[in-house]
Design a protein around this ligand. Sequence first.
Ligand code: SF4
Ligand code: SF4
Length: 242
Amino acid sequence: MTQLALVIDLNICVGCHACVTNCKQWNTSGAAGPLVDENPYGADPTGTFFNRVQTFEVGEFPNTQTVHFPKSCLHCEDPPCVPVCPTGASYKRAADGIVLVDYDKCIGCKYCAWACPYGVRELDEKRQVMTKCTLCVDRLYNEQLPPAERKPSCVLACPAGARLFGDVHDPESVVSVAIRERGGYPLMPEQGTQPANHYLPRRRTQIPIQPEQLQRVDNPLRLDGREPLADAGEPLSADWEH
Ligand code: SF4
Ligand code: SF4
């Protein structure tokens, strides 16, 4: 069985949100960025995003790093969101493994959102139906689009090439090769959902820092009195590993 999926390279993603914006544009043709769909400046704004980038810091000073972590539906091979659905609205396609919601059948009970361990389902308050990433199924087989554009809009938008797309059951696909050769891993495998999407880990990186770069008057480390000491003439380096 074909299993389409995204593979996201955490070593490349710079958290620019181009994927978020293009996803929002394609899937709603509405306001992008942080604005919500309804009443964005009112007391009770609502809206949905299929794809979000979460940014957080890991490690301990001075060996910290900022991680940008895009997350959307992982199109699990054993999706717990499907059997809990009382109407059959949530389903997994046999042909390509994409997990979808039939909006005509959904009653907005949110059982699926409770069942999903990844928090990627969002209720459309206006229509009262559950929404989530579709892998842009309406692009993949759309013969109105040039073949090169029959991909998820997030993949097309990423300026850094951090997002790969393909069949993880085909050992020769670009995603399978990336997973195999670059240590790709699924998110929270202990949940037993077998996520189809995978992540490529951050890699050890040497970032040389010249002493003169630390001499800037606005160097925050200097202002805080935490400036690292450098041997005369020797560049400092930050050796980050994840
Ligand atoms: Fe279902 Fe959540 Fe898995 Fe997507 S990530 S298939 S919504 S359990
Ligand atoms: Fe099914 Fe819709 Fe209820 Fe989710 S919210 S379990 S898709 S009926």
